[in-house]
Ligand binder design. Structure first.
Ligand code: NIG
Ligand code: FE
Length: 419
């Protein structure tokens, strides 16, 4: 398959091959070629340049030509934190929150994650897959090309495996690049109420080996926060996961500054996510580590909570990723363009910083930045063509305007499903 995209107003998000993530000042650079072409071979980016140089390139004759008609091309979004496999929805809790209950109060009453676990238990694997695929189609149409999906609404071995098998099936049946994360320690199940340490033992002794046996997850996650799992429990679970080849990607400092970032960094987690309550002192913990701090501004927006100190993280010279957190409780949206807008408006990131956070750095936070997250020779050709836009900054500025015209994943055009 050979594909030539011509008449691109701005080809944005170009990176050299040796970059795996961007930090500090680098994040404000979004290298762009005006009036450009992009050439793809066998699903990978082969070359690109200015239209004026196209004649100099000797391209084969059997090339499919796509006229971008003055639209721009950007690398697809990489959404490094989602829970899109879930059963039903939780709008009743949305109303409860408007009436004054907090996310933590709803969880304490046995709602929240446990509510989703009940629904998931009663749903067939097939129905769960069908529901998730509708969300997959939705996020692809919004420009996402790589996604991380977590388990964590099973909370017993059989139902966690059921979720992970659905994730595997999604992996095998969509053009999205999918990575799977095991999140058995998302909450203590109803059966284990009041017996948290026994539940942690169950995660370690039964769930992790079962997940590893079927090779169902690349990463392991723990909801390390006040009212959920402690840093000590998180450390034990991360150590157990590491033994089976699953690296940490953890929920940290969402509800309180509670030691999650520290334990994540200590165990070389690939990312620490949420960070709504992360303090300026904790930021220092990240310096010199391989751990990607990941903000989820959609969660702050939906739960009406403080936003992570993203501006400060970048000003301190560190990297930052952003992701959606798409889930039924705290963020029922996987709209990465809106996440980028929130990163600009609420965390004071420049558009270039926010776009890099939701492409290159979020690809890094899934272990995928060697192959995804930028316009780079040799990377997988995951990109979208916009309608004509006046500038790249227009993307987060026009925060509800749909801008995508055509979508290409693995070098092939994505034709939206009608489900
Ligand atoms: O990332 N914080 C923990 N887990 C999810 C929410 C899960 C839910 O409420 O269903 C999150 O926000
Ligand atoms: Fe989450």
């Amino acid at each position: 398959m050979k594909l030539l995209v011509t008449n691109i107003a701005f080809l944005a998000g170009i990176q050299p091959t040796d970059k795996l993530r961007l930090e500090g000042k680098e994040m404000a650079r979004l290298e762009t070629i005006a009036n450009a072409f992009l050439y793809v071979e066998d699903g990978r980016i082969h070359s690109y340049g200015a239209m004026s140089d196209l004649a100099k390139c000797s391209l084969p004759s059997d090339v499919q030509q796509i006229d971008a008609k003055g639209g721009s091309v950007l690398p697809s979004w990489c959404d490094s934190h989602t829970h899109i496999v879930f059963a039903g929805s939780r709008e009743q809790e949305f109303v409860d929150k408007i009436r004054g209950l907090s996310y933590a109060e709803i969880a304490k009453r046995g709602g929240g994650i446990l509510n989703s676990a009940d629904k998931l238990h009663d749903m067939s694997e097939d129905e769960l897959y069908q529901q998730a695929m509708r969300r997959v189609d939705e996020v692809i149409r919004k420009g996402t090309g790589c996604i991380e999906i977590k388990s964590g609404y099973g909370l017993n071995t059989a139902d966690e495996l059921k979720m992970l098998r659905v994730i595997k099936r999604i992996k095998e049946t969509t053009p999205l690049k999918v990575v799977a994360t095991f999140l058995g320690a998302h909450a203590v199940s109803r059966e284990y109420a009041g017996r948290q340490s026994e539940y942690v033992d169950l995660v370690i002794r039964e769930m992790i080996p079962a997940v590893a046996k079927e090779n169902l997850a690349e990463y392991i996650d723990v909801f390390c926060d006040t009212g959920f799992f402690t840093p000590e429990e998180t450390a034990r679970i991360l150590e157990a996961g590491t033994k089976y080849g699953m690296r940490g990607k953890i929920h940290a400092d969402e509800l309180a500054s509670s030691g999650g970032v520290e334990v994540g960094v200590r165990h070389n987690a690939l990312s620490v996510d949420h960070l709504e309550s992360m303090t300026a002192e904790t930021i220092e913990t990240l310096r010199g580590s391989e751990t990607m701090p990941t903000a989820l501004p959609g969660t702050s927006f939906f739960l009406n909570m403080p936003f992570a100190l993203g501006r400060k993280v970048i000003d301190e010279g560190l990297p930052l990723a952003v992701a959606s957190d798409y889930n039924p409780g705290s963020t029922p949206s996987g709209d990465m363009k809106f996440v980028i807008s929130l990163a600009c408006i609420k965390m004071r990131l420049l558009p270039a910083e926010a776009i890099n956070a939701g492409t290159m750095n979020s690809a890094y936070a899934m272990g995928l930045s060697k192959d995804y997250g930028s316009i780079t020779k040799g990377k997988v050709a995951n990109f979208y063509i916009t309608k004509p836009i006046p500038s790249v900054d227009f993307i987060p500025y026009a925060y509800t305007t749909p801008i995508i015209d055509r979508i290409f994943l693995r070098g092939e055009e994505y034709i939206p499903q009608t489900v």
